[in-house]
Design a protein around this ligand. Structure first.
Ligand code: ADP
Length: 199
């Protein structure tokens, strides 16, 4: 049973690494950003509420995000662990997650911080805007998302650092290299891959 978090600024590669880590550790990857985007695409009530915040590069209100995560973590596939990508993003969300974990008598095994220079992430997101056409990858919105990260999410790194679960990873370099850095750092903490033959 492994419970992991991925934290880092927009463009640090959380989504890319989440898919690989979920596979390597046999965990469901839960991305609040992906869940919101699919709700917007399918024109659900939640999507309608979230869209304006996302397009502006602001966090969706905690009340909506917390309710969504509470439901998702209660699903059966999360019983044996999970990998959260993009949640928690605020101190209120940390409180919510803490309550959930305490209620289940568990805790996080590791919080993986993807560390990337702001100039590099801006450049990566500029490329992604061309490739994927995400409405929040517009340059002004990207700058705002970085500010929101710095003010609302970066403080969480210290919170988890204080709990001794933080694993800092240099997010610059080839995708495989970054994945290997993460798996090595987790191995040092006794967190093993689900199936070694896959690597
Ligand atoms: P990135 O980390 O690259 O900004 P995400 O896919 O994680 O991309 O998030 C995209 C958008 O979805 C955010 O800008 C925000 O509007 C919304 N979002 C995602 N996760 C959360 C969250 N935990 N709390 C509030 N809003 C969120």
């Amino acid at each position: 049973m492994t419970r992991l978090l991925l934290i880092g600024p927009p463009g640090a590669g959380k989504g890319t690494q989440a898919v690989r880590l979920a596979e390597n550790y046999g965990l469901p990857a839960i991305s609040t950003g992906d869940i919101f985007r699919s709700n917007v695409k399918n024109e659900t009530e939640l999507g309608a509420k979230a869209k304006a915040y996302m397009d502006a590069g602001d966090n969706v209100p905690d009340s909506l995000t917390n309710a969504l995560i509470r439901d998702r973590l209660a699903e059966r596939d999360c019983e044996s662990g999970f990998l959260l990508d993009g949640y928690p993003r605020t101190t209120d969300q940390v409180r919510e997650l803490d309550e959930f974990l305490a209620g289940h008598g568990t805790a996080l095994d590791a919080v993986i911080e993807l560390v990337a220079d702001p100039d590099v992430v801006v450049e990566r997101l500029r490329k992604r805007a061309g490739d994927q056409g995400r409405s929040d990858d517009d340059e002004a919105v990207v700058r705002h998302r970085l500010e929101v990260y710095a003010s609302q999410t970066a403080p969480l790194v210290d919170v988890y650092g204080g709990r001794g679960v933080l694993v800092k990873i240099d997010a610059l370099g080839a995708i495989d290299v970054v994945t290997a850095r993460i798996t090595d750092a987790l191995a040092e903490r006794g967190i093993a891959l689900a199936d070694r033959s896959r690597l």
